[in-house]
Design a protein around this ligand. Structure first.
Ligand code: SOE
Length: 397
């Protein structure tokens, strides 16, 4: 790994050189933009950074579009064939922001080429594919992380720390919803890749459900069994090439009841037919000593209730504005009350990964590893299996 003298900037001074990590990015759409933004912002906001990302190349099939993305985001070059990235020794970290059907083969090849691997969620289209990816990264001995970025919302990490400290006591309930609206009839959304089983693997289950499943694992623990129901509300959609219509073969929504290994019970629900819900990832945890409530659409806040800590006249949930310097990650941003946003979760998670790479630290428990990605895939498969069989299913890894 080449060294780069980190020039001191206004304010704090870097005590030591920050190593450089060459990044190869697959995908230049939504996640390519979110990840590239994080790589560029990280070195001067998380200061001094654990490493300085060097944007070697971005990859996409359409040469004109990917060349434009390379110019826009500041990559040194671009590829139209991801296989070429595997031969590029300047790339130490392979970042997969492609559609779900493009996760397994390139990530496995990157691991086999000795590159660390960062993959967008869901890790794969199903548990079998996810397991093959997990086996490849473990065999290669490279660092691996899945972009379950909501673990890196300061308020969510605060919830994790509160639970880990025993502040909630025994956990009784975890209930989470992840609701959006962008494929409802009034949007006229055609059969895009997220609605195509061959590409996405599933619909709301893998796209939104995977996030709240991972948060359930992160905050409460493993699941023992579940019962689920799914629905596809619009069964035919216009094809994106305008050649007619196609049958929708993925779920538009699911609801599940779950039993956790530690005795807690809960519910999980995801839908993209929840009118008015824009990106409403919301959970509540009820414990013996109190409760925690989080809403991604108000991501700088955490609502808490502590048993017996309030005079009875003022009993009730209260809002914590998670923007103090002592709150997770906030020391790197602004004075309290100057809130941060969705994009900053990518800065945090990528900083964590770079730190783990250059300092040989474990990605777990704060970051989601490919094992976490596999566990989420098993639950996603179980939701589809239970809904199809119309019965409760036990979780088997
Ligand atoms: C679309 O549903 C989407 O972009 C998801 O794919 C992301 O994971 C989520 O963070 C926001 O919504």
């Amino acid at each position: 790994m080449s060294k780069q003298t980190f020039t001191a900037m206004a304010g704090a001074r870097a005590e030591k050189e920050a190593p450089e990590i060459g990044v190869g990015m697959l995908g230049y759409a939504f996640m390519g933009k979110a990840h590239s933004n994080a790589y560029k912002k990280l070195p001067y906001m998380i200061y001094p950074p654990p490493a300085v990302p060097r944007l070697i190349a971005i990859c996409g099939r359409n040469e004109e579009a990917v060349a434009e993305a390379a110019r826009r985001f500041g990559y040194e070059g671009y590829y139209t064939d991801w296989r070429a990235m595997m031969e590029d020794d300047r790339i130490q970290l392979f970042d997969n922001g492609g559609p779900n059907s493009m996760h397994a083969e390139p990530c496995i090849a990157a691991a086999q080429a000795g590159k660390h691997v960062f993959c967008e969620k869901p890790l794969a289209r199903n548990a079998e594919e996810a397991k093959a990816m997990l086996d490849a990264v473990e065999k290669a001995g490279v660092k691996h992380m899945v972009a379950f970025n909501y673990r890196f919302v300061p308020a969510v990490r605060l919830a994790y720390d509160l639970i880990a400290s025993g502040k909630l006591g025994q956990i009784y309930h975890f209930r989470a919803v992840y609701l959006q609206e962008w494929i409802m009839p009034h949007y006229g959304t055609p059969k895009i890749w997220r609605l195509d089983r061959d590409v996405a693997g599933s619909g709301a289950i893998g796209d939104l459900g995977a996030h709240i499943i991972d948060l359930a694992h992160f905050l409460v623990g493993g699941m023992k069994s579940l019962s689920a129901v799914t629905r596809t509300f619009i069964e035919e959609r216009p094809l994106t090439d305008g050649s007619g219509t196609g049958k929708v073969d993925v779920d538009d929504a699911f609801v599940a009841t779950v039993e956790f290994e530690n005795g807690a019970i809960g519910t999980l629900e995801s839908s993209r037919f929840a009118a008015g819900r824009k990106n409403y990832n919301c959970f509540e945890i009820n414990g013996e000593k109190g409760s925690i409530h989080f809403n991604l659409e108000r991501l700088n806040e955490l609502q808490v209730f502590w048993v017996g800590e309030e005079p009875k006249e003022t009993q009730g949930f209260h809002d914590v504005l998670v923007t103090e310097g002592h709150h997770p990650w906030l020391e790197h941003w602004w004075p309290h009350g100057h809130i941060i946003g969705w994009e900053h979760t990518f800065v945090h998670e990528i900083t964590h990964l770079l730190d783990c790479i250059v300092n040989n630290k474990d990605v777990a428990p704060y970051g989601a590893t490919f094992e976490d990605g596999y566990r989420a895939a098993v639950i996603c498969d179980a939701i589809a299996e239970s809904a199809q069989a119309k019965r409760q299913v036990d979780i088997r890894y």
